[in-house]
Design a protein. Sequence first.
Length: 96
Amino acid sequence: MPKGYWVIVFHSIKDEQKLEAYKKLAGPVLQAQNAKYLVRGKPKKVYERGLIERAVVVEFESLNKAIDVYESSEYQAALKVLGDGAERDVRIIEGI
């Protein structure tokens, strides 16, 4: 079964404190689901329409698990804490 991935690209971070509070809640949710961070940080170089802003790639055991975790009440609570602290683009993609 192909793995599932969250690909998250931040467009802007408006409130570092909200982002830190989000990370403190989201991290344990992902850890409990055996998710694995593959990429986390700012790019060293961007091309085309890329932004020099935070990007994150998280691996899950399956596409369904990636969707279920994102839609879980625990993760949604973390998103509520983030609120308007950041603008980001989240895509859930099936691996090949």
